[in-house]
Design a protein around this ligand. Structure first.
Ligand SMILES: Cc1cc2nc3c(=O)[nH]c(=O)nc-3n(C[C@H](O)[C@H](O)[C@H](O)COP(=O)(O)O)c2cc1C
Length: 216
């Protein structure tokens, strides 16, 4: 599988599903936006799972997952698969894998590495979290919520993260992936590991992977 450095001039090729350690920003393959399970079947299949196979997600699967979560579905406006109050788009999706931690940029459909190493054990307080190949972390940038009161920032950022989490649940149901959204997080420890600033707030996390025992 090939993918390309965005910020620099070097083009690189990487075999295997892992994200490279030595690139700051990497372009994901275009999401596969056609097909999938009919919506009513995905709703029928949606559920939380807390047991994961150790198998990493291929790049294409990660691309599809992130686009479903909060990707741009209307390029002329930059708007997303998930709604956001006032169109603030204040929720950033961070991705922790065995390779490192990354921030997803929807307009460029890229991942920018924010930390090296395996931060998955910090992405939640439950033991299974470290075994999921991907833990998504939904982080609100409160500075983008211009004019909102503190109470409204809390309310709307939680609501907007919930939409993203449901998109992920439905994508996972459609793709045969396991997922569980989580509020039980040591937010202080995870924020420090991700290098978040005081204007950023961790709202929820969501573990994603292949179900335990699956042979996909
Ligand atoms: C806001 C929110 C926070 C949650 N936090 C956790 C959590 O920290 N850990 C966990 O294992 N499940 C968590 N869950 C998952 C719920 O336990 C799960 O959705 C519920 O048991 C219903 O099961 P279902 O999703 O299969 O319908 C959370 C769900 C929501 C909506």
């Amino acid at each position: 599988m090939e993918w390309w450095r965005v910020a620099g001039v070097a083009m690189m090729s990487t075999m295997g599903p892992g994200l490279a350690q030595d690139t700051a920003t990497t372009r994901l393959p275009p999401p596969a936006t056609a097909g999938g399970m009919p919506l009513m079947q995905a709703l029928q299949a949606r559920h939380s799972t807390r047991e994961f196979s150790g198998r990493p997600l291929p790049q294409q699967e990660l691309s599809n997952l992130l686009w479903a979560a909060s990707g741009v579905n209307r390029p002329h406006t930059g708007q997303r698969t998930a709604p956001s109050a006032h169109d603030w788009r204040e929720i950033d999706v961070y991705v922790t894998t065995a390779d490192g931690a990354y921030r997803y940029d929807p307009p460029s459909h890229t991942l920018t590495r924010v930390a090296a190493g395996d931060l998955r054990p910090l992405a939640g307080v439950q033991d299974f979290v470290a075994t999921a190949p991907v833990n998504l972390v939904y982080v609100a940038d409160l500075d983008r919520m211009s004019g909102a009161s503190a109470e409204d920032k809390t309310f709307y950022s939680a609501t907007d993260a919930g939409f993203i989490a449901q998109n992920v649940y439905l994508y996972c149901a459609s793709a045969g992936l396991a997922a569980v959204v989580r509020g039980l997080i040591d937010r202080e420890a995870l924020a420090a590991a991700l290098g978040l600033g005081p204007h950023q707030r961790i709202i929820l996390a969501q573990s994603v992977g292949y179900p335990a025992g699956s042979v996909q």
